[in-house]
Structure formats: structure tokens, C-alpha cells
Design a protein around this ligand. Structure first.
Ligand SMILES: Cc1ncc(COP(=O)(O)O)c(C=O)c1O
Length: 422
């Protein structure tokens, strides 16, 4: 399926004459990328070839990948073919050979530098967080320290733990934190009390899109004998995640967002040494003692796992460093442009170390819906409202399928909304 590229108004253009095929296989995708010139952050033609793989028609500016990702054509097709094969015994996949469902774990483990036995494919971050919160072997008085930036999916599980077993939860208020990694680590360290046993926080926050210095925080926590639980819903696929290097005990992710895996798939990583801290689990296939015991191995569709393996291949065809750099460059451009608009306050730091591929901002005197409703209804731009942590405003995602043309429209719409505020 050929698609015509549009010229961008940001000075960053895709060659008008160049059109790209929506690839059915990784080989075809790699060819398309090869035809698009150098694999560089600022080669808009290359990113046009990436965008062409996403079958959404663009009538809505979809800048909310942080809430839910949209599927590349080949990930969708892999699932459809697998379903057809299973449900109507239609073995005709049009000549495409898809990876087996068992490959999902190995590919995911390799991507985050884990051992496959440390990785479970769950349904999403919320499910993974619940498995940890319910399964951790804690005394009732052991405290969970978390922050005001957690998504409901990252802390309601601790509320449940509190209701069932009495473990106290405390939230460290990180409103407008210092833009210095060591100061952030210091703030968290100061908040630790003798009864604190678990430290649970985000890699990239869903509120202000801060990237927290996870490796440093985990090193500090390890010295203090704490269990670390990292909510990476917004990180796997967006930025490089090396769980071995981060040295955390648990890491969860909603890979359906930035890794573009099928809806209803996500990650639970349990470090081998941490497996003794956690009980429970589903015993659905002989009671495996690895992280896989948290997966349901009873009868179900293979389609999501096949799609998962294809999604990791799709990601790897571009490569994590380039994807991360592209998102960071676009986000930096957006932060700079938004900062110039009177009344707009950008919450996401400029610093590359403390930020990633999303941008959060507020407009003086306006609530989250004052900003998000006109963005969606008048300008057909999808954003995410800021609700947690005491912030009001919106968050824009700069995903691999987004163009500078879309970002120009975001800036122009926010400029008009800010100029007309009452
Ligand atoms: C930081 C964070 N944690 C958890 C979640 C919940 O994700 P899911 O609904 O995929 O479990 C989100 C969703 O946006 C998030 O941003």
C-alpha cells in the first residue's frame, strides 16, 4: 500500500515525491528504510518510511502514545493471521512466516538485558504491579515508599496491599523537583525511614514526563536494604532499558505503548535474586519457579504473543538508540517552542538525562480539561490530561510515528488556546 508523504511546515521535510510501502515483513520494512536514506534522527524521509507502517489515517493528530500505542501494520497482520489460523484453520498467511509465540520472551529479555527466566509477559503494568504488591513477602509493619507522580495503575495495588495486610504506604511529594540527579536521589534517601522496606516509583513519570535516575536510586536503595519496584510503563520501547545495569528488583512495563506490542501485553521482570521475595503466582502448568509462574499458561490465544515477537523485531529494525534520539530531539524542539508561548509553563526538563519522548505543560489559569477539551474537539489533537501530583495541563507524546508537521499543529493550537484563556 503506497502512501504519499506530506511536506512539513517546520522546515523538516519529507521528499514530496517519495512514497513508501506498508511492509508485511521485516525484510520489506528494512528495504523501505534502506530506500529512505540514512538512518538519522533528522532524516524526515526515513521517519516518513516509519510512519507509513502505521495504518492510521491521520485525521486525528495522535499525540497520546503515552496512554496507548497504535499498532504497526505488520504487528496487526501477524495477530490476524494467527487468529485465522487458529479459529478457521486457515493456514494461508500470504507467504509470510511469523515468529512462534515462544520467541516473545527471548526477544523481550534480550531487549532489556534480562535472562528469559526473569521475564513474564503479563497483560500490562497494572497487572504486573498487582502481582508484585500482593505477592511480596513483607511483615505487616513494612512500609512502602512511593511518590506523588504515580499513575493509578502503579499505586492502587499498594492501597490494596494496605487494605489486605496493613502495610503502610507513604507518598513522597515530588512536585517540581530539582533538576539534578543527585539531589533527586538525596530527596528520596531523606524520605526513607527505619520501617521503609519497598521503594516503588516510575522510570518516566506519566505526569511531568521526568526520567528519574533509576540506576542511582536503586544503588542507594540497595545499600539501605530496600526492595525496588520500577514502573516502566512509559519506558520500554521509548528509551534504552537495561534492567541488569539499573539493578532493580522488579520492573514492569506496558509494552503496548512504546514498543507497539498488542493491547493486553506487558512486562513483569523479576530479578533472579529477588524471586525469593515473592510468593503466590498462577500455577497453571506444573508450577514453574521462574518469573514465568506469573503467566497464565492455560488455554488462550497465541495471537498476542506472535504479535509481540513481531513488534520487537519491528523495533529492532530501527534500533533503540535511534528511536530514543529521535523522540528526545522532537521533544526538545517541542519544549523550546512551547516555552516561547506566553502563559505556558513546561514541566518536563530540557536536560536529556532527565527527560525522554514526552512533554508536559500547563497554561496559567487553566485546568487539564480547559486545555485538553479544545485540543481534542477544536483542533483534533489527542493529548493526555495531567491529573496526578497536583498538576494541571496536558502531555504530548513524540512517538516514532509522529511528524514535525503534527508538532507544528500542536504548537499553533496551544498558542491559540493560551492566547484566548479567560
Ligand atoms: C506510569 C504508568 N504506570 C501505569 C500505567 C498503567 O498502564 P496500563 O493500563 O497499561 O496498566 C500507566 C498508563 O498510562 C502509566 O503511565
Amino acid at each position: 500500500m503506497a502512501r504519499q508523504k506530506q511536506a512539513s511546515g517546520s522546515g523538516k521535510t519529507v521528499k514530496k515525491s517519495q512514497s513508501f510501502k506498508m511492509a508485511d515483513t521485516i525484510e520489506e520494512f528494512t528495504n523501505e528504510l534502506g530506500n529512505a536514506g540514512p538512518a538519522k534522527v533528522d532524516n524526515e524521509t526515513y521517519w516518513g518510511a516509519v510512519r507509513a507502517q502505521f495504518p492510521y489515517n491521520g485525521s486525528i493528530r495522535y499525540t497520546n502514545n503515552g496512554t496507548i500505542g497504535i499498532l504497526p501494520h505488520m504487528v496487526l497482520q501477524a495477530q490476524i493471521a494467527t487468529l485465522k489460523e487458529a479459529e478457521i484453520q486457515d493456514g494461508d498467511t500470504g507467504g509470510v512466516t511469523y515468529p512462534g509465540p515462544h520467541e516473545a520472551h527471548e526477544k523481550l529479555a534480550a531487549l532489556i538485558n534480562a535472562d528469559p527466566s526473569e521475564v513474564a509477559v503479563t497483560r500490562n503494568s497494572t497487572e504486573s504491579m498487582n502481582i508484585i504488591a500482593l505477592g511480596l513477602d513483607l511483615k505487616p509493619e513494612d512500609e512502602i515508599l512511593t511518590t506523588t507522580h504515580e499513575h493509578y495503575g502503579g499505586w492502587s495495588c499498594w492501597q490494596n496491599r494496605n487494605a489486605l495486610f496493613g502495610n503502610p504506604i507513604r507518598k513522597l511529594d515530588l512536585y517540581d523537583p530539582p533538576e539534578d540527579e543527585d539531589e533527586i536521589v538525596g530527596l528520596i534517601e531523606e524520605a526513607i525511614r527505619p520501617e521503609t522496606r519497598v521503594l516503588s516509583f516510575c522510570h518516566v513519570t506519566c505526569t511531568t514526563a521526568w526520567r528519574l535516575p533509576v540506576r542511582k536510586i536503586c544503588a542507594m536503595a540497595r545499600k539501605r536494604g530496600l526492595i525496588t519496584v520500577i514502573d516502566g510503563a512509559q519506558s520500554v520501547g521509548m528509551i534504552a532499558v537495561d534492567v541488569n545495569d539499573l539493578n532493580c528488583d522488579f520492573y514492569v512495563s506496558s509494552t503496548h505503548k512504546w514498543l507497539f506490542t498488542p493491547k493486553g501485553t506487558g512486562l513483569l521482570y523479576v530479578k533472579e535474586a529477588a524471586q525469593e521475595h515473592i510468593g503466590l503466582g498462577y500455577y497453571t502448568h506444573g508450577g514453574q519457579l521462574t518469573a514465568r509462574r506469573f503467566e497464565n499458561h492455560a488455554t488462550q490465544s497465541y495471537a498476542p504473543l506472535v504479535g509481540f515477537a513481531v513488534a520487537v523485531d519491528f523495533h529492532n529494525a530501527i534500533g533503540t538508540p535511534l528511536i530514543e534520539d529521535r523522540g528526545a530531539a522532537m521533544a526538545k524542539w517541542l519544549k523550546t517552542r512551547l516555552s516561547d508561548i506566553p502563559g505556558v509553563r513546561v514541566w518536563t526538563p530540557m536536560s536529556r538525562n532527565l527527560s525522554a519522548s514526552m512533554v508536559s505543560f500547563s497554561i496559567a489559569g487553566m485546568t487539564s480539561s480547559d486545555v485538553g477539551t479544545p485540543l481534542r474537539e477544536r483542533y483534533r489533537i489527542h493529548s493526555r490530561g495531567l491529573h496526578e501530583g497536583g498538576y494541571h495541563g496536558a502531555r504530548i507524546s513524540c512517538a516514532m510515528h509522529n511528524s514535525y508537521d503534527e508538532m507544528e499543529q500542536v504548537v499553533s493550537a496551544i498558542g491559540e488556546i493560551a492566547a484566548n484563556r479567560c
